[in-house]
Design a protein around this ligand. Structure first.
Ligand SMILES: CC(C)(COP(=O)(O)OP(=O)(O)OC[C@H]1O[C@@H](n2cnc3c(N)ncnc32)[C@H](O)[C@@H]1OP(=O)(O)O)[C@@H](O)C(=O)NCCC(=O)NCCS
Length: 175
């Protein structure tokens, strides 16, 4: 059975193992922070910037990890400056999810996202925006966000690659 948890200090070792076994491709798509031991310890203690981290565990192993942050980065603020959606630092979160390579495309990312959303709703979050958008060539992730209710806001280019900005509204008036 898959357990869904907030990351705590007891997860330092397991989280290190999780990051170590991610493929280069997954790390290329998913890089919200460095994966060194000091960062992992700080994340597990809840003291890494204002990040909040969530995991799925199967048979004692972490198989999925997501991190959210409630202040959009300067890059996001710049991209959304002229957008019709307003960014409110208080209740808008940016999200970066990941699933261990061997478990991708089996619904685990959706289970993780459902948990993250339920935790963010408790904090009265209004919307979730993709952290750095999603690369257009990352077709699995694009499909994953669309099937989980994200809407495309627009396209932007970064380092020569096309990306989509996507948002999910957590309150009912937008669904
Ligand atoms: C993106 C990610 C978090 C999604 O988690 P997941 O557990 O794989 O997601 P799910 O299994 O819930 O959904 C994936 C969907 O994509 C589909 N899919 C797989 N490969 C695909 C492809 N090449 N093109 C289109 N859809 C594809 C799957 O069939 C599934 O859809 P379905 O349920 O309708 O059949 C995970 O794949 C991952 O960690 N990828 C690498 C890191 C990454 O890209 N992070 C996001 C950065 S923006």
């Amino acid at each position: 059975m898959i357990e869904r948890k907030k990351v705590t200090p007891e997860h330092v070792e397991a989280l290190g193992q999780y990051f170590n076994q991610l493929s280069e491709e997954t790390k290329e798509y998913f890089a919200p922070h460095p994966f060194d031991i000091d960062t992992i310890i700080a994340i597990c203690k809840g003291s890494y910037k204002d990040y909040k981290a969530f995991i799925c565990i199967l048979d004692g192993l972490i198989i999925a990890y997501a991190v959210v942050k409630n202040a959009p980065t300067a890059r996001e603020l710049e991209r959304f400056a002229n957008s019709s959606i307003g960014i409110n630092i208080e209740n808008n979160y940016i999200l970066a999810p990941s699933v261990a390579d061997a478990f991708q495309s089996k619904g685990i990312g959706s289970i993780l996202l459902d948990f993250v959303e339920s935790e963010l709703r408790k904090l009265k979050a209004e919307k979730i925006i993709l952290w750095g958008g999603v690369q257009l060539r990352n077709k699995r992730a694009v499909h994953y966000y669309l099937k989980n209710g994200f809407k495309t806001l627009g396209e932007f280019s970064h380092n020569g690659l096309d990306n989509l900005d996507m948002v999910k509204y957590l309150n009912e008036e937008h669904t």
